[in-house]
Structure formats: C-alpha cells, structure tokens
Write a protein that binds this ligand. Structure first.
Ligand SMILES: NC(=O)c1ccc[n+]([C@@H]2O[C@H](COP(=O)([O-])OP(=O)(O)OC[C@H]3O[C@@H](n4cnc5c(N)ncnc54)[C@H](OP(=O)(O)O)[C@@H]3O)[C@@H](O)[C@H]2O)c1
Length: 292
C-alpha cells in the first residue's frame, strides 16, 4: 500500500516570489519614468484589527521601497470628510493605489459602497470598484481583487492545470468567491459556484479537480467532500480560540485525499498583501504609461 500525501502549497514561498517580482518591476518603473509606485490607505477610527492590517500594508511597502501614506481620520469623521480624503488622494500624482480600510465605523457602514466607489478605478488596488468588477467579468485588463488573484497566481506557479478542469468555488462573496470564479473561468476551467442554498454540496464538491473554499466556517470541507488528487485551496480564516486559527478545510483529513492543499495559517492568507503590492505596481505602470 502506498500512502499518498498531498503536496503542501506554502504561502510564504509564493508570497516571496510575488514580492520579488513587484520589487523588480518597481525598480524598472523608476528607471524608465522616474516614478516610485505609491499606496495610500485611508483608516477611519481605531478598530484594532484594522490598525494591524494597515500597519502590515505599510511595512510591506517599506520592504519593497514603495511610497506609502496612511491617512488617519477620527472615529467621528463624516461621510464628506472621508470622501474629501479620497478625492485628495485621487488627485495626488505620487499615489497610484488607494484603499479604504474596511469595516468603517458603524456610523458610516451604510455609505461604505458610496465611499469605496469614489476611488478612481485606475487607483482601485482592492479591485472592488464596479468598473474593475466589470472588466474582470468581461475579460478586459483591470485591477483584480488581491486574495483571488493571489490564489490564481499560486495555482499557475505550482503548475496546477486549470484548462478543461472542473473547478468548484464554495462561497459567492464579492471579495473572494465571485472574482475567484471569474478568474478560473478565464483559465478555461468549468466553474461551479456554491453557496448556502446549494443542495447536496458534497456531491458538487466531489466533482472538483480544483476546490476553493471561501465560506468562513471552521473545517467545513471534510475529506468525504474531496475528490482524490484534487487541489484544495483554503481561503478561510477562522479564529476558534484566542490563539488558534483554522481554515474552512479539515486540513488533517483532507490532506490524505487531496493532491495539493494550502494550510491555514501559512497559506492563502500570506498571498493577499503580496498581491496588493503587485497591484500597486501594476496601477503605477498603467498610470505612468498613460502619462508618457
Ligand atoms: N487574505 C485572506 O486570506 C482572506 C481574504 C478574505 C477573506 N478571507 C476569509 O475567507 C472566508 C470567506 O470570506 P468572505 O469574505 O468571502 O465571506 P462571506 O462574505 O461571509 O461569504 C461566505 C460565503 O460562504 C457561503 N456559505 C456560508 N455557509 C455556507 C454553507 N453552509 N454551505 C455553502 N456555502 C456557505 C455564503 O453563502 P450565501 O451567499 O448564500 O450567504 C457566502 O457566499 C472567511 O473566513 C474570511 O475570513 C481570507
């Protein structure tokens, strides 16, 4: 009996490769146009998790010698004040990428969309603006949401064939599930999107050569839901104890069935900030070329 163990796709190796690539492209841009790619993050209020995320983005910029600005607004900021900050960054030639850190304070929750839609689509490095969503769906070049973009690049770099394969994405959010499905479709996979109304989910997931879980439920994908040899990508990040994070996939059991699998922590989570850096460089390349 040969025990088959899945190949573990570690986020760190891929994230480092993506960052090296972003670094090289940033230097090439400086040489060609004298432009250093710049990111601005708008942070409203004092949410502790948001502060950590913003600090990590700022650090990643420093690591890659990109220009970075954090615009901090108080918890009490009005919609007009946040929009004015976005307008100023839209007009700032040193800034090629803008993101508004979500969630916004409770008082602004109802106008989140209005605020993020104010970002110039050329600078929308989160890829959430309707213009970029439309471009992704219609297969035109634009800015692609970081997490699914990172998953796509990891699949490509790992040599996982997508053309003609069955891909199943569990989750249909605008930030992960839907863009992930569009990206897999563009690679000629046959794509199924599942959600909380899907009937007999295990029967659908068992068809998948590539299974992406973006559900937000700890260890939701069990071994009996996975086709032997499948590539299983776990986007979920679930805190089940103060210091214990697990994914949406039952890693221990599924890794005995799958052909390749991403761990949590140490998997997809590490790709997101690396892809944000890449998006900032891509945005800067597009803006510099348009100005030249
Ligand atoms: N950097 C990263 O690695 C990164 C980035 C973003 C998110 N995440 C993580 O990824 C996970 C998903 O994030 P998200 O923002 O996409 O979450 P979300 O907006 O809450 O979406 C979850 C999706 O899962 C579906 N779902 C829930 N219960 C289900 C069930 N029992 N069966 C089938 N589908 C079910 C929901 O279906 P309905 O639409 O029918 O409700 C929904 O489409 C979270 O754990 C999040 O923390 C990680």
């Amino acid at each position: 009996v040969v025990l088959l163990a899945a190949k573990i796709l570690r986020g760190k190796e891929f994230a480092e490769a993506f960052k090296r690539d972003a670094y090289d492209r940033a230097r090439a841009l400086e040489e060609k146009y004298g432009v250093t790619p710049g990111l601005a993050v708008v942070l409203v209020g004092e949410d502790p998790a948001s502060q950590v995320y913003v600090r990590n983005k700022d650090k990643a910029c420093a690591q890659l010698a990109l220009f970075s600005r954090v615009v901090k607004l108080p918890e009490t900021a009005t919609k007009q004040e946040v929009l004015a900050a976005v307008d100023e960054l839209n007009a700032d030639a040193r800034i090629h990428g803008i993101l508004v850190q979500l969630p916004l304070p409770a008082a602004l929750r109802g106008v989140e969309r209005e605020i993020t839609d104010r970002i110039d689509p050329k600078k929308d490095v989160d890829g959430f603006h309707p213009v970029n969503v439309g471009r992704l769906v219609s297969g035109e070049p634009g800015l692609i949401p970081c997490t699914p973009h990172g998953v796509l690049k990891m699949l490509q770099m790992a040599g996982i064939e997508m053309d003609g394969k069955r891909a199943v994405v569990v989750g249909r959010s605008n930030i992960v599930g839907k863009p992930m499905a569009s990206l897999l479709l563009a690679q000629n996979a046959t794509v199924t999107i599942c959600h909380s109304h899907t009937r007999d989910l295990p029967a659908v997931t068992r068809e998948a050569d590539i299974l992406v879980a973006a559900v937000g439920r700890p260890r939701f994908i069990t071994a009996d839901m996975v086709k032997p040899g499948a590539a299983v990508i776990d986007v979920g990040i679930n805190r089940i104890a103060p210091k214990k994070l697990v994914g949406d996939v039952d890693f221990e059991a599924v890794s005995e069935v799958a052909g390749a699998i991403t761990p949590v922590p140490g998997g997809v989570g590490l790709l997101t900030v690396a892809m944000l850096m890449e998006n900032v460089v891509t945005a800067a390349e597009q803006q510099a070329a348009a100005r030249a």
